[in-house]
Design a protein around this ligand. Structure first.
Ligand SMILES: Cc1ncc(COP(=O)(O)O)c(C=O)c1O
Length: 374
């Protein structure tokens, strides 16, 4: 079976894990400091911006929402086509998701549908870069500015994507990344928030570690700080040395991962062009770091195509059922005003994409899809 995702775990990743175990300092420590520094370098952060790592992107989103001032009874606008972690992170703040529709072109928030949803309880907007393809972030930031709202960019799929020449995360407001088991860069589990000031980073440093006030300098030198105080509610969200060192080994290859995924996505676009019944991603992948390759299957043929491919050894995925289809979320504000999401949610299909694939695999997948439509 050709899997949908296949993380790159090479000898370098295994060595990084063993090194971290042999160091003997298993909690947050020097490798976390190094990973934050190297990730900041990779993302080309300007001086004032900071990276704060955490244990998952779901935690990153939770802390970013708290840093944005989101609290009980508030509302947060999010595309309904988003990861369940985003919806749950909003709920963890005691706030409520408000669903906004998406654009066909990039499957991200539709800025023209944003303003009518902004009411007195709305505190923030989550803008997802679906598949690593940028949403209309400059329009979204401009609308947010007019209404004095914070913007949390979900860049879980977009590590390395550039918008107008600038790396996502190096500008904007609060930007969250995921390094979970299947992401382009994996720490097995991990996440990060990019923020605009030392002050906001300092809040996140404490919030990720039970609200304790000890200095990072002590923790980052593989030792424990005593004599701390606790001023604020905190969570046990910090990243551990083991995960950070795995992340460091992956960072060293990230440019190759991105270039390969770009090449494979272009090959899919090329080999599937002209197949009647599917819609391909509308991008040439220039400056785009792709996490997954998603086509749209028209005419209610998605399930049949999935079964057909599975019978021929090709696994596929669905990312995701839209939020308004879940029992917990179906009554969220905006849930009944999502014509594009409702249509596209029934069509999206994720094809296999990893960081190192043989050309024949992609050719085989495309041949089977063409066979289905013959
Ligand atoms: C867009 C998006 N946001 C958030 C998450 C949650 O990330 P994590 O698994 O690191 O908590 C995911 C996970 O797949 C995701 O795809």
């Amino acid at each position: 079976m050709i899997p949908v995702f296949k993380p790159y775990i090479g000898a370098d990743t295994c060595k990084a894990a063993v090194d971290a175990l042999e160091l003997g300092w298993l909690g947050m420590g020097s490798y976390v400091a190094a990973f934050e520094k190297e990730l900041g370098n990779f993302l080309e952060l300007p001086d004032q911006r900071r990276i704060v790592t955490v244990n998952t992107c779901t935690s990153a989103l939770h802390l970013a929402l708290l840093a944005a001032g989101v609290g009980p009874g508030d509302e947060v606008i999010t595309p309904a086509l988003n990861n369940i972690g985003d919806f749950q992170a909003i709920g963890m703040c005691g706030a409520h998701p408000v669903f906004c529709d998406i654009k066909q072109e990039n499957l991200g928030l539709d800025p023209s549908k944003l303003e009518p949803l902004i009411g007195p309880k709305v505190k923030a907007i989550i803008a997802l870069h679906y598949s690593g393809i940028p949403c209309d972030i400059s329009d979204i930031l401009a609308i947010a500015k007019r209404y004095n709202l914070r913007v949390i960019e979900d860049a879980a799929h977009a590590v390395g994507t550039r918008v107008s020449g600038k790396m996502i995360g190096s500008y904007g407001d609060l930007v969250c990344f995921s390094f979970d088991a299947i992401k382009t860069l994996t720490c097995i589990d991990g996440g990060a928030v990019a923020v605009n000031s030392q002050l906001e980073a300092d809040y996140l440093y404490q919030a990720r570690l039970l609200g304790m006030s000890q200095s990072n300098d002590v923790l980052y030198s593989n030792s424990r700080a005593y004599g701390f105080d606790v001023f604020k509610q905190g969570y046990r969200y910090h990243m551990a040395n083991l995960h950070a060192n795995i992340g460091l080994s992956q960072l060293a290859k990230l440019n190759t991962f991105i270039a390969n995924r770009q090449k494979y996505s272009r090959k899919y676009n090329q080999l599937l062009r002209g197949v009647n019944g599917i819609v391909l991603p509308k991008t040439d992948y220039e400056n785009i770091s792709t996490f997954n390759y998603v086509i749209r299957v028209l005419d209610e043929q998605r399930q049949r195509l999935r079964v057909f491919l599975k019978e021929r050894g090709v696994d596929t995925g669905i990312h995701w059922a839209p939020g308004n289809t879940f029992t917990l979320l179906r009554n969220c504000r905006g849930a009944d005003m999502l014509p594009v999401t409702d249509e596209i949610g029934k069509q999206i299909l994720t094809l296999p994409l990893w960081s190192f694939m043989d050309d024949e695999i992609i050719e085989n997948v495309c041949q089977e899809i063409r066979g289905f439509y013959k």
